[in-house]
Each structure stands twice: as C-alpha cells, then as structure tokens.
Design a protein around this ligand. Structure first.
Ligand code: ZN
Length: 393
C-alpha cells in the first residue's frame, strides 16, 4: 500500500513537471506502454512502433531547463578546452540556444541536431558526444588538440517544448519553430500556417548571412540565422546535421536504421558561380559519409542508405555545401516515440564520433568516396500504427 501511494505521488509529480523526473518518467512510460503494442509483420525486426502514450514517453528526454543543467554539469567536470555558450540569436520565445565548443585545434567541425522539434532523440546522441569528448582519455585529449568541435544539440528549442500553442491549439513537440504570425491568406514558403517556419529551409547560402533565401530582405528565422552566423564565426571544414525520418525497409524487408546524403544543389552552385568550390565540398561530404558508413558497418544494428534529398538550397546540407563545407545530412529512423532511444542515440553518436576522430587524425581526407556513392537508395516506407505522415529532411 505504501508502495502504491508512492507510485501515485510519483505519477502526479511527473504530470506536474514531466521533464524533471527523467528516469522515473521513462520507467513509467515503459510500464504504461507494455501490452499496447501491435503492428503488422511488415518488417524485420517488427517494431518497435509508436503508441498513444508517445507524449508521455517524452518524459524520458531532457526538457529545455534540464538540457541546460545537463550541459552546465558536464562543463563543471570537463577536461581540457570546453566552453558552453549561447547561439548568436535567441528563439522567438526568448530562449537561448545552447552551443558547446570542445577542443582548440586548427580544424573546425560543426555538428547540429534537432532543427525539427519533433525529431528529438538525436539531441541525446549529441549529449553523449559532448560527454565523451570532454573526458580525460588519451583519445579525447588527442582530438581536442587537433580540432575545434562546435555542437548544437537542440537547434529548435521552441519546437520541442516551448509553452506555447499554435493558432489551432496544437502544442509542441512539432517540426517548425514558433512564429504564428500568418494564419489567413498566403503564407511564406516552408511555413506551417498559424505556427512557424521550417528552420531547415532558411539557412542562407548567399554571401550575406542575414537574408531570406526565398524573398530577400532580413532572414525571418532566428534559429537558421543563428546557425549561419555560427558557421561564419567558426568556419568549419565539415558540418553534420542530424534528423529523424520515418520507417523504411530495404529490398530484404530489413528496417533501414539511417539515411544520409551530401549536398546536391548543383544548379544553385552554377547560378552563384561557385561550381568548382561546390564540387570540392561534395567530394569532402562524400568522404564524411564513407567514414560514417564504415563505422556503422561493424554494428549489427545499423542498416544505412542514401537519403532522397531535394535540391532546395536553404536546407542546411545544401547551404553549407554551397558555402564550401563538407556538409552531410544524417537521418535516424524516428517517429517511434522514445522506445528505441538507446540504439538511436548509439548509432548517431557513433556516426558523429567517427567523423570527429577521422578529422582529428586526418584519415577523413583519405576516405574512399566510392563507398559513399555505392550506398543503396532508401527503400519503400512502411506504415506504422499511429505514425504521422513521414516528414522530410
Ligand atoms: Zn528533420
């Protein structure tokens, strides 16, 4: 009886402040969802699939304040060069976007995650990467001497858990930022009516950072502009952008665990007169993909394909490629609540870490691009119970 009332109290606490009680919340989410799983046997392995309790299972993730606390705590125990700072722009609700800088070596690399607020597990992988590279191991020391790594674990702080509603009463997590100025009439490109912009369409690829890539004038998306300004400040050789995609299978029916792609905005590069620079950026991007593919090949749980990305130049993958960086998109399987957190985190972490290590020891530049080019295309999507329509990049 005492145990039961304790549990009830715990549940109440979680509902009052669901982002504070991480481990307990996760336990509860796991408990609640047991027995509710059902899915057609359309893939190997069959699931896990999302459930109606997805929202509840968000308690397993770090809320905004908790993300900052976690990063501050890592900073306290970090060895070597480590800086926790804020992005050059705040979100529209006035939240700061955390930026971590590790190392002080000559080669700069920038890794960003969760531009889409509802693609949240990859931010956990970034925390793992930050923890790992700030430890006292000989490898981390070597890496910190060779490179300067900029990590933005959650670009879209509002789209994950701002205490806001869109014009239709929906609450985060959602894909866009929060900027519900356009409710009726024609809205801007890549804008969700009554809610906000798709951050990953508004990275300016032009010389001037603060410019709307579609209609000119000032860039209306502070999160995109903040990433471009960080890029200009840090001048990274490599940019990696982590997302989630829906559920897909390969020709053998095996679940695809991740998809990746290099820049393909060739027409924009030609129009800008940057064709040669862009081609170099594409080659370096393919080397990044090769390093990730070889790293993940050794794990039984990874099944990597190319991503069918579009040529829209304001997508981070394209924009930073057009600006001359090796620029890569990495999409983890997602839309599955938090039930595969462990393996998604591990895969994204391993992919990112491999590239960081390869840049640090120079092996990145020797990577064989034919391995990237030989990755299979992504297979067909499979419907998952309760899964929203698959979002793109
Ligand atoms: Zn995305």
């Amino acid at each position: 009886m005492a145990l039961l009332s304790n549990l009830t109290d715990t549940k109440l606490s979680i509902f009052k402040n669901r982002f504070t009680f991480v481990s307990v919340g996760f336990l509860l989410a796991t408990t609640v969802t047991i027995g509710t799983l059902s899915a057609a046997p359309q893939s190997k392995p069959n699931g896990p699939w999302p459930t109606d309790e997805q929202t509840l299972s968000l308690a397993a993730l770090r809320g905004y304040e908790q993300l900052w606390k976690t990063l501050e705590s890592i900073e306290k125990s970090a060895k070597g060069a480590f800086e926790l700072s804020v992005a050059p722009r705040q979100s529209n609700t006035g939240r700061e976007i955390p930026v971590v800088t590790i190392g002080h070596g000559p080669d700069s690399i920038m890794i960003i995650a969760q531009q889409h607020g509802n693609e949240y597990v990859v931010s956990e992988a970034m925390i793992q990467l930050i923890k790992d590279l700030s430890d006292n191991s000989a490898e981390s020391k070597r890496i910190r001497e060779a490179i300067t790594l900029t990590v933005v674990p959650r670009v879209n702080v509002d789209g994950f858990d701002a205490e806001v509603e869109d014009a239709f009463g929906n609450t985060p997590p959602w894909r866009q930022n929060y900027d519900p100025f356009c409710v009726a009439g024609p809205c801007p490109p890549f804008y969700q009516r009554g809610r906000g912009y798709d951050i990953n369409r508004y990275h300016s690829y032009l010389d001037e950072a603060d410019i709307d890539p579609y209609v000119g004038g000032p860039n209306p998306v502070p999160e995109s502009l903040a990433m471009r300004e960080l890029y200009d400040e840090r001048q990274p050789l490599v940019v990696i952008d982590f997302h989630h995609q829906g559920s897909y299978v390969d020709p053998d029916g095996n679940l695809i665990t991740g998809s990746t792609l290099w820049p393909n905005a060739t027409a924009a590069a030609i129009a800008l007169g940057r064709e040669a620079e862009f081609e170099d950026a594409v080659v370096l991007s393919k080397k990044v993909v090769t390093v990730m593919a070889l790293e993940l090949e050794q794990y039984g749980y990874a099944n990597l394909t190319l991503y069918p990305g579009t040529t829209t130049p304001g997508i981070a993958r394209n924009a930073y490629g057009l600006l001359g960086a090796g620029s890569v998109l990495f999409e983890m399987r997602g839309g599955i609540g938090t039930k595969s957190n462990g393996y998604i985190t591990k895969t994204a972490y391993n992919a990112a870490k491999a590239v960081v290590a390869a840049l640090a020891d120079g092996s990145l530049f020797d990577a064989d691009v034919t391995i990237a080019e030989g990755l299979p295309p992504r297979g067909p999507g499979i419907g998952a119970p309760n899964e929203d329509e698959a979002e793109v990049e």
